[in-house]
Ligand binder design. Structure first.
Ligand code: ADP
Length: 171
């Protein structure tokens, strides 16, 4: 089941929330900053451990930590592409973020997952295009994979919320 809500993803009480991180995994602004602030030091400590073990996380990939103080048991940190005019495979890279995140979620037995609107803040991906990629990738994935029971898109800003509602209405 796919749901869309408007709100703050740090308040979500699903099994897992998805952070729009950067390649350093060391935190940043936007939703990344909000998740680290709300979830506490344990999340950052795990990110540092992962980074020490494997280096920077490439764009399109995803890593998993616990949820620290959050309601969610896990946080998956995925690295969205920076929008660069659309000629640098940004849609494919964004699609990889959603797919790799869902693959990791399945591996961990996660049944419910809340996504932030990856790349649509500081990284400048056009919101309508990003929603199209997100919804298509997630719908294709859950059609083939029954272990994920619930996917929530948590839209922080009104524009994204309206775009997601409209796209779901016409789909
Ligand atoms: P990126 O660098 O991938 O663009 P941002 O954090 O700048 O990441 O923005 C990604 C999306 O997260 C934006 O749509 C922004 O409105 C949204 N966002 C910011 N804070 C929160 C929050 N607390 N909960 C959910 N979404 C948020």
């Amino acid at each position: 089941m796919i749901e869309v809500i408007q709100g703050d993803i740090t308040k979500a009480s699903l099994d897992c929330i998805v952070n729009a991180a950067n390649t350093s995994l060391l935190g940043g602004g936007g939703v990344d900053g909000a998740i680290h602030r709300a979830g506490g030091k344990q999340i950052l400590d795990e990110c540092i451990r992962i980074r020490n073990a494997q280096g920077n996380c490439p764009t399109g990939e995803a890593v998993l930590t616990t949820g620290g103080r959050l309601h969610a048991k896990y946080v998956i940190h995925t690295i969205g592409p920076v929008w660069n005019g659309g000629q640098s495979h940004e849609p494919e890279k964004l699609s990889s973020c959603y797919r790799n995140t869902l693959n990791l979620a399945v591996e961990k037995g996660i049944k419910s997952i809340a996504f932030s609107n990856i790349s649509t803040g500081i990284y400048g991906f056009p919101k309508d295009k990003a929603a199209e990629v997100a919804l298509k990738t997630v719908a294709d994935f859950i059609e083939k994979n029954a272990t994920i029971e619930r996917v929530q898109f948590v839209c922080f800003d009104r524009d994204n919320y309206d775009i997601y509602l409209e796209r779901l209405r016409i789909s």
